[in-house]
Design a binder for this molecule. Structure first.
Ligand code: HEC
Length: 201
């Protein structure tokens, strides 16, 4: 027979168990939010995203160069036409999940584009053909945020972390305008990213 005291202990145990389950269930979400949402300094600069290697990989481009009527705006971008680069693009998992469900990029979407030289020679001399991701050349980041801490009204902001950490958003005419005019969905080059492209067919 179970007496009252045992019942009370038992109930306390169940409650403690439930409480820890609730804690376990909510902990990853909290960690995920702080991990992939854009983080800023007090004066509105963007901190470099961390851990994006584990985000959703949307695609890789080799040697894309932009047409002259869409001017290349930084020295690094101008150089792209001469020296092929790999661009590997990642999206934060929360934004990917929302895009999958709604076909829209939510606020706090972060896209990271890591750039590598297209290398052809390996140290062991084993390659006969082809290119691989060689030296890392830098990282550019696009963030959608309708309440930008730098006070600018355009939701999409563009940053270059190659020389600047933390980074200040470029003026709209340097980056945003080309993305808005030519990218296929809400400033994002979905037309070049197979992982996103297949979701809108
Ligand atoms: C003339 C057009 C043009 C301009 C100007 C431009 N971009 Fe882009 N951007 C592109 C194209 C095309 C892609 C497709 C992916 C690639 O280049 O590999 C791209 C992709 C990106 C991506 C990957 C995520 C996305 O939005 O699809 C980032 C981040 C990015 N650009 C940052 C910048 C920054 C920072 C600047 C300004 C310094 C800039 N871009 C200026 C054409 C442009």
């Amino acid at each position: 027979m179970i007496n009252n005291r045992k019942m009370a202990w038992c109930r306390a145990g169940v409650l403690a168990g439930l409480a820890s389950l609730v804690w376990i269930a909510s902990a990853p979400e909290v960690a995920g939010q702080s991990g992939t949402a854009p983080r800023y300094t007090r004066d509105g600069k963007l901190l470099a995203p961390v851990g994006y290697e584990t985000w959703v990989f949307v695609g890789s481009n080799l040697g894309l160069a932009y047409k002259p009527d869409a001017p290349a705006m930084t020295a690094a971008e101008g150089a792209r036409a001469d020296k092929p680069e790999f661009h590997n693009v990642y999206i934060n998992p929360e934004a990917y999940a929302r895009f999958r469900a709604t076909r829209q990029f939510p606020d706090r979407t972060v896209l990271v584009m890591e750039k590598f030289a297209a290398a052809e020679r390996d140290t062991k001399g084993v390659l006969a053909r082809g290119s691989f991701n060689g030296d890392r050349l830098g990282m550019e980041v696009a963030v959608k945020n309708s309440r930008r801490p730098d006070g600018k009204p355009t939701p999409w902001a563009y940053y270059d972390f190659t020389d600047m950490v933390p980074a200040t958003a470029f003026p709209d005419d340097k980056c945003e305008q080309c993305h808005r005019a030519h990218a296929s969905m809400d400033n994002v080059w979905v037309q070049f990213y197979p992982t996103l492209r297949k979701l809108i067919r």
